[in-house]
Structure formats: C-alpha cells, structure tokens
Design a protein around this ligand. Structure first.
Ligand SMILES: C[S@@+](CC[C@H](N)C(=O)[O-])C[C@H]1O[C@@H](n2cnc3c(N)ncnc32)[C@H](O)[C@@H]1O
Length: 196
C-alpha cells in the first residue's frame, strides 16, 4: 500500500502538508487552518483501515481531505468507498479540489453538512475516523459504537493533546464493555476502539 502510492496522491499530500505547516507558523486563524493529522497518523489509519472487516468506511471531519487520502489507500485496495463529512463549505470545497487533484473522486463520497444530521443513515460501520470539534466527540462516540460491525474500528484523534477536554469520552471508551480500547501515542494520540 505504501510502496505504490500513485503520484497524484503523493503530490497532493505534499502540497497539503506544506500548507498545514505554514498555517501553524503564520498565525492563520483557527477556522481557516487545515488542522490535519501528521503523516505517521495517516499511515497508522491506513493500516487499521486495511485490516477492518466488511462494512461502511466513515470519516468525521474532512478539512481539506488529507486524512481521507490515507484512508482511501486502504479502501482502494479492497474496492470500498469512504464517506467523509465536513460541515464548513470552504473546507468542503478544498476537499473537493483535493479529491479531484489526487484522482480519487470515485472512491470518496464527500458529504457537506453536520455529521449529526446523518447518524440515522449509518449502519454496519467497519471503520470510522473521528476528527471533528471536540464538543461533538461524545455524541459521535455514542452514535457510532452501536452501529459498528463486530471487529469494526472507531479511531478518534487528539486523545493526548486534548486529553483533558476529551477525558469523559475517553473514560467512557476505556471502560465500555462493548469495545476493547486503548490510546496509542502516535501523532496527537489516537483512541482506538474495536467492537467486541
Ligand atoms: C481537525 S479538522 C480535520 C482534519 C482532517 N481529518 C485531516 O486530518 O486532514 C476538523 C474538521 O472537522 C469539521 N467538523 C467539525 N465538526 C463537524 C461536524 N459536526 N460535522 C462535520 N464536520 C465537522 C471542521 O469544520 C474541520 O474542518
């Protein structure tokens, strides 16, 4: 998977990595910043997604589509489609440009809107990456876990750098008997939950 990433995907990843690095240095406002995962988290997500069972692949929080490109590598291998949700129109537009430039439009469905309006349409989820505003994490957790297939994975970003804010949700996950869960110290900290 990592040895044969198509050039248009590599080029767009590099481009977004440069913008993200610049954003963090030049005082770009929080709303405009891409706030994307680092490359090692992308690889981790792709490995997990490639090992997930049959079912829906979801991402909550697209931004400009960087993490979606990593997850899409795993989807492409198995002929699956990723559904990714983004509430801000400007970010959704950037993501559209990303998917077009990287030539992955066929494998990714971008849904522009608040993910909470779509929960009732989720079912049989095999893999979900949660990377939205921290205020919605708990609600997303409670919506996604019952809809995971057996062996399905929920991965939530920022489990270490936003540990205090996310503590109630992290505690809930780590003691939730419906899942096996742990926090992996990679990137900003990934909570990984596997449905029992
Ligand atoms: C941290 S960024 C995502 C970065 C992206 N996952 C990446 O690594 O390339 C969070 C994004 O989630 C979006 N978002 C926040 N709350 C949302 C919601 N309720 N539904 C859909 N998108 C949401 C924000 O607009 C923002 O673009």
């Amino acid at each position: 998977m990592f040895h044969s990433i198509p050039q248009p995907i590599l080029d767009r990843m590099k481009y977004l990595e440069q913008i993200d690095a610049q954003d963090r240095e030049d005082g770009t406002s929080r709303l405009r910043r891409l706030r994307q995962i680092p490359p090692e988290t992308g690889k981790f997500l792709a490995l997990l997604a490639a090992s997930a069972p049959e079912g829906m692949y979801l991402e909550i929080g697209t931004s400009a589509g960087y993490s979606a490109l990593w997850i899409a590598l795993a989807c492409e291998m198995s002929g699956r489609t990723l559904h990714t949700f983004e509430v801000l129109p400007e970010k959704a537009q950037l993501a559209r440009e990303t998917f077009q430039a990287a030539q992955v439009e066929k494998g990714i469905t971008l849904v522009e809107g608040d993910v909470r309006d779509y929960f009732s349409q989720f079912k049989d989820i095999a893999f979900c990456f949660l990377d939205a505003e921290k205020e919605v994490y708990a609600e997303c957790y409670e919506a996604v876990i019952p809809r995971l297939v057996r062996g399905g994975l929920l991965v939530a970003d920022n489990a270490i750098n936003h540990r205090e804010t996310l503590m109630p949700m992290l505690d809930r996950a780590l003691t939730d008997e419906r899942v096996d869960a742990l926090v992996v110290p990679i990137g900003k900290g990934e909570l990984v939950c596997r449905k029992i």
